[in-house]
Design a protein around this ligand. Structure first.
Ligand code: ADP
Ligand code: ZN
Ligand code: MG
Length: 479
């Protein structure tokens, strides 16, 4: 029998606020000494009262709008009760039952074309502290306790591990784009829980699902699903049944392992947090969030194709990140005399390579490698002042030093000599200095001409236009 997989994703992402969700402690805990960003509220001390972070709500609503969700006007926070050492209050505040954002969608670009994936809900909750296990002891750090998180739950619309990876990549692109998340997966800024079941192909019934929690890279999302789908199909093919459960992903061994049977919502005894008033959001407030959204990546990608006549592939690469798209448009605006495709080529070909080699972010580089520099390079090339090879060297030098291409070309005397009289004078010198090679040429050895062109290039310190040099030599020798 042929099976198909059904996949739904839960994405958790840190909301980029300065302070935590319910207290004034800094939410920037990455490099802080353990337990230095804490107070009675985020340590869960009895009687400490929370105050909701307004910025977190704004960013959450923007996220919802970017995901085409409806924003609920009336929501509140529940307490999700459970005991664990990293949760000092023994409850997590979550909008689980009354999410701010519902019923949206996002598009992913698959090899078979664009696919729309439903978003069930997106809501806010607070993060827990962090446990570290060393030498048989466990250490707890509450710096992360109370940091705002958002959770985005998809409909079970995904069908393959690749689609799941594309979906996660899309979420990352979108959240970074609108300034809600840093996108630093290595630092745990986003985590993915995947839910997967299999069913006979063509069936519309859902099979029992397995949840694999806390995946922290796109690669592990894809690999864990590949493994788990194969495992489930094998169990079913052998006449077994799949039990609903939570499994963990062992990155090193490349397998999923049973962790615990699935808990249900009623286990958590959700109830509204009496310390937090309900949220009442007006239409005007929601409209302000819409207005705060930038042009989103898909729209910008399509506009790049239409407005600048770029191939789909280029438009996708140039809208992978907002800083890249901004840089491209600034460069195009500065280079009005040149085709946008040429500007795109420099960014995709050379700039991406240099960024990749240096490991720097474009946001850091853009202040020295100004977008206008691309126009300067294109001007120099069009005038024939430099060759393509020189242009790449100059661009690299600009990338490193921040000096403008024109300044580098002048300072280093890189201008190509395209003045035919000057090149002819050099050719004459080369001919006079190499009588034997000249004889070889006249007796029919064509390699001799190449040698003489080389001599002209040497005399010009590489700046002569090679075509002109060859022409000048022929003129002199064949005269
Ligand atoms: P739970 O209550 O177990 O958390 P939810 O209904 O909230 O389950 O769904 C969690 C995620 O699992 C969602 O992304 C949803 O799309 C997905 N999901 C639900 N049922 C299935 C299924 N049978 N197979 C695969 N994914 C599923
Ligand atoms: Zn605090
Ligand atoms: Mg759920």
């Amino acid at each position: 029998m042929e099976y198909e997989a059904v996949i739904g994703l839960e994405v958790h992402a840190q909301i980029l606020t300065e302070s935590k969700m319910f207290c004034g402690c800094s939410a920037d805990y990455a490099n802080a000494a353990p337990n230095t960003h804490t107070c009675p509220v985020c340590l869960g001390l009895p009687g400490a009262l929370p105050v909701l972070n307004q910025r977190a709500v704004e960013l959450m609503a923007m996220t919802g709008r970017a995901l085409n969700c409806r924003i609920n006007h009336d929501t509140y926070f529940d307490r999700k009760n459970y005991f664990y050492v990293d949760l000092p209050s023994s409850y997590q505040r979550s909008q689980y039952q009354h999410p701010l954002c519902v019923a949206g969608w996002v598009e992913i670009e698959t090899a078979q074309g664009a696919r729309r994936i439903g978003i069930t809900r997106a809501h806010m909750e607070e993060d827990t502290g962090k446990l570290t296990h060393v030498d048989g002891a466990s250490l707890v750090d509450y710096n992360r306790s109370g940091v705002p998180l958002l959770e985005i739950v998809s409909e079970p619309d995904l069908r393959t591990p690749e689609e799941a990876r594309l979906y996660c990549a899309k979420m990352r692109q979108l959240l970074v784009w609108i300034g809600v998340n840093s996108g630093n997966l290595e630092e745990g800024a986003m985590r993915f829980d995947v839910n997967v079941s299999v069913r006979p192909k063509g069936s519309s019934k859902l099979g029992a699902k397995v949840e694999i929690k806390n995946l922290n890279s796109l690669r592990s999302v894809e690999r864990a699903l590949q493994y788990e789908i194969k495992r489930q199909i094998e169990v079913l093919s052998a006449g077994g049944t799949i039990v609903q459960e939570t499994r963990g992903w062992d990155e090193d061994r490349g397998v999923t392992l049973s962790q615990r049977s699935k808990e249900y919502a009623h286990d958590y005894r959700y109830f509204p947090d009496p310390d937090l008033p309900p949220l009442a959001l007006s239409d005007a407030w929601i409209a302000e969030r819409d207005a705060a959204l930038p042009e989103l990546p898909d729209a910008r990608r399509r506009r790049f194709e239409q407005q600048y006549g770029l191939p789909a592939q280029d438009a996708a690469l140039l809208t992978s990140e907002r800083v890249v798209a901004d840089y491209f448009e600034a460069a195009v605006a500065a280079a009005a005399q040149h085709a946008p495709k040429q500007v795109a080529n420099w960014i995709i070909g050379e700039l991406f390579r240099l960024l990749n080699d240096s490991g720097e972010a474009l946001s850091a580089v853009a202040t020295r490698l100004r977008p206008e520099y691309i126009r300067e390079l294109l001007d120099l090339l069009r005038e024939g002042a430099i060759t393509g090879t020189t242009a790449k060297q100059v661009f690299e030098e600009s990338f490193r030093s921040g000096q403008s291409p024109a300044a580098i070309v002048d300072a280093r005397g890189l201008r190509q000599i395209s003045d035919s009289d000057a090149v002819r004078a050099l050719a004459q010198q080369a001919v006079e200095a190499n009588p034997k090679v000249v004889n070889d040429y006249r007796s029919g050895k064509s390699a001799a001409l190449k040698f003489l062109v080389g001599q002209v290039m040497r005399l010009s310190k590489g700046q002569a236009n090679p075509q002109l040099a060859e022409q000048a030599l022929r003129d002199i020798l064949d005269r």
